[in-house]
Design a protein around this ligand. Structure first.
Ligand code: TXA
Ligand code: MG
Length: 347
């Protein structure tokens, strides 16, 4: 399949009138799948109402079919067709964080959304992205759009159109290039079907921000204990992994350098994932400075670019610094631990 490629300027007004967006929307209405930027990562969209469209998303990604998708909408009024009820907490969170990087789990009203999108669950995950291009595509299509991250399953999520191309060129109908995404890690997923809301995936909106709006918020125990079964099906899969093994090092940069030296003595090419503050300290075969440690948002926005970059450098082993689990640091460490297959070594 030839993949259409459209470039749009995210800052122009009335984007939904642009021919590129119209073409993308037209393909979505014909149950084809199209990638577009959101404020978190690029999504691979398909008509959430049609099995045939949702099937194409799973096939293009190589995604396990028991992993449900997030339904993307442009207006809160779209919810009534497929959500059984909206709790007071869910309403407060939508009013405060939508559009934005927060996915809310609602009880599902059956019959409107494809069962393939919800993986047969009796709940549905919904979000309204805060990106002019995503909103323009959603409005022009006039449909609820199921959209997982637009990467091959298991790979780091895409934060530029060229990442999408690397993974999915020839496998999907189109890519809308709206430049690099901002937040860089996926939305926070929160289950609002329980009395006390539960975070199922840490992301762009932090627990502290959520608690300011709805009071106590719990965190799925599976996020900190490997023996617990995650409530969000997607959280059990290995994810985001670069080709070379990645180790997170709990220790000083001197300790990391010792690991590097040891590996290089044995003839291996070593990569390091660090931040601008420590970039010049290391002696290694490839160094990626991922934002600034003093601004964890900047680390989040380039973490997937960092993980992808090692694959192009013919690296045998990667060492990464660790990050404090405050604010968006929680999401960063969650993704790094998955990318590392939970391998943490001490200095
Ligand atoms: O930022 C994002 O959320 C991006 C952009 C493209 O919007 N999308 C994204 O989708 O990250 P995906 O498919 O990569 O992750 C969806 C997550 C998975 O962990 C999935 O298991 C979970 O949401 N999920 C979906 N429906 C659910 C449900 N009904 N109950 C629990 N978890 C659910
Ligand atoms: Mg994903």
């Amino acid at each position: 399949m030839k993949t259409n490629y459209w470039s749009v300027d995210k800052f122009v007004d009335n984007l939904e009138n642009y021919p590129q967006i119209q073409q993308a929307a037209h393909l979505l209405a014909k149950n084809e799948v199209v990638a577009f930027p959101t404020e978190t990562v690029y999504g691979l969209g398909g008509n959430a109402r049609e099995d045939q469209a949702v099937e194409k998303i799973f096939t293009a990604k190589g995604r396990p079919s028991d992993n449900p998708l997030i339904v993307h909408i442009a207006e809160q009024s779209q919810l009534a067709a497929f959500v059984e009820s909206i709790s007071a907490n869910a309403q407060l969170l939508m009013d405060r964080f939508w559009p934005g990087p927060l996915t809310i789990i609602f009880p599902l009203k059956k019959g409107f959304i494809s069962n393939r999108a919800t993986a047969g669950l009796d709940t549905v995950a919904v979000r309204m992205p805060d990106h002019p291009v995503a909103l323009a595509v959603l409005k022009a299509a006039g449909l609820p759009i199921a959209a997982p991250s637009a990467n091959r399953s298991g790979k780091p999520s895409p934060t530029t159109a060229s990442h999408v191309k690397e993974d999915l060129d020839g496998r999907i109908a189109g890519i809308v290039d709206g430049g690099p995404t901002g937040v860089g890690v996926e939305s926070t997923v929160i289950d609002c079907t329980t009395e006390i809301p539960i975070i199922l995936r840490p992301g762009g909106v932090t627990r502290e921000q959520l608690e300011q709006v709805v009071g106590e918020v719990q965190v799925d125990p599976a996020l900190s204990d490997e023996k617990e079964a995650p409530k969000s099906p997607g959280m059990k899969y290995r994810h985001y992994a670069p080709d070379a093994p990645l180790y997170l090092v709990e220790g000083t940069k001197e300790a990391i350098q010792r690991h590097i030296n040891e590996q290089r003595r044995e003839g291996r090419r070593v990569g390091v994932l660090t931040t601008k503050e420590n970039e010049t300290y290391y002696d290694a075969d490839y160094i990626f400075a991922c934002g600034e440690r003093a601004h964890l948002e900047s680390v989040a926005s380039s973490i997937y670019e960092a993980l992808r970059s090692f694959n192009k450098q013919d690296i045998d082993v990667i060492y990464s610094e660790m990050f404090p689990t405050e604010g968006v640091g929680n999401a960063i460490m969650n993704r790094l631990l998955k990318a590392a297959g939970q391998r943490v070594i001490s200095g």
